[in-house]
Design a binder for this molecule. Structure first.
Ligand SMILES: Cc1cc2nc3c(=O)[nH]c(=O)nc-3n(C[C@H](O)[C@H](O)[C@H](O)COP(=O)(O)OP(=O)(O)OC[C@H]3O[C@@H](n4cnc5c(N)ncnc54)[C@H](O)[C@@H]3O)c2cc1C
Length: 455
């Protein structure tokens, strides 16, 4: 049995424990949850040793790759936190158009290795999101309208199972494991040590249009965006944001479209045809851009170093109904950092080899960021409370942004949710791996009850 070094194994009470617990979560809003043991794996062998240790000590396992779960899903009470942040290897096979990628790899590092080969992957929008949780949870990344959610580009996984064995799962070997990995998010029941990703052609040009309108045009702009989606090629990513504009120093509604172009054609022309176009108070039109700039825009929208809470629903409901029901959400945006994203993904064909099955035309998501811990409850209740009020419109949640602890909704179709549990029972019969969070683990609930726990 491989031994974990002292540096890799921290127990509660050890000097380095608390910093390692805090570092496991990107969000400054850290969970009030304390694992008994933290293992910082440096290799696949360490992961196997960690699983063996957990079994021998009766510890359940929470996993951290890039640490970008908004609620710190890997950090659970008791048990083991298995921190994979050191697993950052990338091996590209240009001929096969695949890459073997460690779970903690970030988007810019991956794209940096792919670009010289003319290859691309739909990484998360912010540059700091880890591949692990992102691809398992569906993964709506750059160019995902055309390329699909990133989970559909997982070709195979290397995964350490609950019995400590390391297996390679493909569509023909352990196909049920790979089916589960494509979309179960925090409900996956194994430790993926390497993702084998199918790669795509590097778009030759990136063009970006952004129009900003006065806030009182909100209904008009968002309703138009709903119809305009049908006119935009899948190579155009299209969203709106309701929130503060730093350029204009006031609340606005802005629409942004990014074209991932293979040729020089103008995929963004439909935005210039908006009937209210001349009322834009700021306009960037089909400007050449780069992935570095796109990552930068995303990073500035949810900057690090702040406390964040998010929620969201998928919906296909008629736009008037969505707008009417969302009015309280738009009218109560708490401050200049917080905003509501109106993301028009449009739907993508589901596949029988993936459990991923929660999507719709629109993803509506409040994002709230703050710095004062005294405001935790107000912000968390805004995000989750406003979405609870829109539950009747929901076609499901996105595992990447939600946790079932703060607001229950389904993240998989009923049939796929049942099948996932059947497969879990085969591979993890004793429940070694933590699965979806439950209300008792919600930081919002702790705060609401006025007894945030101290340890
Ligand atoms: C600033 C920011 C921007 C974001 N942008 C996007 C975006 O554009 N599109 C999008 O779809 N999502 C986005 N997200 C959400 C993000 O994809 C999810 O939070 C995702 O879980 C992050 O992956 P991670 O590895 O960094 O997270 P972690 O917190 O490390 O992992 C989250 C959970 O995923 C599971 N998991 C992770 N790695 C493994 C593994 N190797 N084996 C088994 N299970 C594992 C575990 O249950 C783990 O607790 C964003 C999040 C943030 C904070």
């Amino acid at each position: 049995m491989v031994q974990l070094s002292r540096d890799n194994l921290l127990r509660r009470g050890d000097e380095a424990y608390e910093q390692a617990r805090l570092d496991a979560v990107w969000n400054e809003r850290k969970p009030d949850r304390y694992p008994d043991v933290i293992v910082r794996a440096g290799s696949e062998q360490d992961v196997v040793a960690a699983v063996q240790l957990a079994r021998s000590e009766g510890l359940s396992i929470g996993i951290r790759s890039g640490g970008h779960s908004w609620v710190g899903n890997g950090v659970r009470d008791g048990g083991m936190l298995l921190d994979l942040s050191r697993l950052q290897g990338i091996t590209v096979d240009p001929a096969a158009r695949t890459a073997a990628v460690g779970p903690a790899v970030k988007g810019p590092a991956l794209l940096g290795q792919l670009a010289p080969h003319g290859l691309f992957f739909p990484t998360g929008h912010a540059p700091t999101v880890g591949i692990g949780g992102f691809v398992l949870g569906g993964g709506y990344g750059w160019d995902s309208r055309r390329l699909g959610p990133a989970c559909l580009s997982i070709e195979a996984i290397d995964v350490v199972l609950a019995d400590g064995t390391l297996v390679h799962a493909t569509d023909t070997t352990h196909a049920d494991l790979l089916w589960a990995a494509r979309g179960s998010g925090p409900g996956f029941f194994g430790v993926v040590t390497r993702f084998h990703l199918a790669l795509h052609d590097l778009p030759r040009r990136l063009l970006r249009t952004a129009h900003t309108y006065p806030l009182d045009m909100l209904d008009e702009v968002l309703a138009w965006s709903y119809d305009t989606l049908e006119l935009l090629e899948p190579a155009v990513e299209f969203s709106a944001k309701v929130g503060f504009s730093p350029w204009l120093d006031r609340q606005t509604v802005s629409v942004t479209a990014t074209a991932f172009c293979d040729t020089g054609e103008d995929l963004l022309a439909p935005l210039e045809d908006a009937p209210f176009r001349e009322r834009a108070v700021r306009a960037v039109v089909a400007q050449e851009t780069t992935m570095a700039e796109l990552y930068d825009y995303a990073d500035r929208m949810t900057p690090p170093g702040m406390r964040w809470a998010l929620d969201g629903i998928w919906t296909d409901e008629p736009v008037d109904k969505v707008l009417d029901a969302s009015r309280p959400l738009f009218e109560s945006i708490p401050d200049t950092t917080s905003h509501v994203l109106w993301m028009l993904w449009g739907g993508f064909p589901e596949r029988s080899n993936a459990c991923w099955s929660s999507q719709a035309k629109l993803y509506l998501s409040p994002n709230t960021g703050w710095t004062d811990p005294a405001e935790d409850l107000a912000h968390e209740q805004w995000a989750h409370g406003q979405m609870a009020a829109l539950q009747h419109l929901s076609k499901g949640l996105q595992f990447s942004d939600n946790n079932l602890a703060d607001r229950f909704d389904h993240g998989l179709s009923p049939a796929n949710a049942v099948r996932l549990e059947e497969i879990r029972a085969l591979y993890d019969p004793e429940g070694l791996f933590r699965t979806y969070m439950v209300p008792a683990e919600s930081t919002t609930a702790y705060a609401a009850a006025g007894h945030a726990r101290t340890h």
